[in-house]
Design a protein around this ligand. Structure first.
Ligand code: GUN
Length: 291
């Protein structure tokens, strides 16, 4: 069993990005600048956004955090987006999800200038991705592709089962891995809450991407020997033995699945850190495209 070490791989990536930034600056180029909008005080969202800001510092980007209260109106948020769209110094920005219930998420994502949409959530970028055109790839799927590539996991002609059809992970993952591309060329099945014969499907899978958000859902009896496991889940589960009162659980029961796996991502330290590194990569790309 080989651990797909996202912590190490993302650290390598950040060193590579920092090197590119140094070269850009040495030539008198513009310092990449990422902005993040956070609405409200959701604990996980605050942690993620802070990690993104910290990553910017590490690679030598400028960063701006637009921190808005929970009760922010949709109109105010759309206005903040407009400001970032028009701000020449900002190369890319993200609106951290989920948003408070009174705000229409789709409307918000549509308001982001696709050229600054480093999350790759705007319909223009989703469409371009689906058509194999240059676009910003959503950071989590992009990070998974990067992990598979760097660890030389064979995907061509393999049976991949993606569990989950979310717009952020499952859907784009299934599209990308079926495409003619590195870490692609796979035969992909998308399973979801209405799938009837899930275990039959997972038992035939060479690669399983678990992205359904149910802690420890995928168990050892559901996978074959030699499988590659990508665990996208990261749920806070109450745990009074921990000082902070919770532990982070993936969608995969690591104890029973890992002994049967050729490759597996741990939680934490697998997919999560890759997501942030790929956001940095997209921001660098946005800056390079613009300048
Ligand atoms: N919430 C969970 N994942 C993501 C992500 O990749 N981007 C944003 N903006 N919000 C998220």
């Amino acid at each position: 069993m080989i651990l797909l070490d996202g912590k190490k791989t993302s650290a390598d990536l950040k060193v590579e990005i920092a090197e590119s930034v140094k070269q850009i600056k040495a030539k008198g180029g513009k310092t990449p600048h990422l902005a993040a909008i956070l609405v409200g005080t959701d604990g996980a969202s605050m942690t993620y956004v802070n990690a993104k800001v910290k990553a910017c510092e590490l690679v030598g980007f400028n960063s701006t955090l637009v921190d808005l209260p929970e009760e922010t109106s949709e109109e105010t948020l759309l206005n903040e987006i407009k400001k970032l769209n028009n701000n020449e110094d900002i190369d890319g920005f993200i609106v951290q999800l989920p948003l408070p219930k009174h705000i229409d998420e789709q409307k918000v994502l549509m308001a982001v200038n696709p050229d600054k949409d480093v999350d790759g959530f705007h319909p223009t970028n989703v469409g371009r991705m689906a058509l194999d055109l240059p676009s910003f790839l959503p950071a989590t799927p992009y990070g998974i592709l990067e992990l598979l590539e760097r660890y030389k996991v064979e995907t061509s002609g393999k049976n991949v089962v993606v569990i989950g059809r979310s717009h952020i992970v499952g859907r784009p993952m299934s599209i990308l891995m079926s495409q003619k591309r590195p870490a692609g060329d796979a035969t992909v099945t998308v399973a979801h809450s209405r799938t009837k014969n899930l275990k039959e499907l997972t038992l035939k899978a060479d690669i399983i991407v678990a992205a359904l958000g149910i802690p420890e859902f995928l168990t050892g009896d559901m996978v074959k020997e030699g499988v590659t496991i990508i665990d996208v889940g990261i749920t806070r589960v109450n745990d009074t033995s921990k000082k902070r009162g919770y532990r982070l659980a993936g969608d995969v029961d690591f104890a029973t699945v890992s002994p049967k796996s050729a490759f597996i991502t741990p939680v934490p330290g697998g997919v999560g850190p890759m997501t942030i590194a790929m956001l940095m990569k997209n921001t660098l790309l946005a800056c390079e495209r613009k300048n």
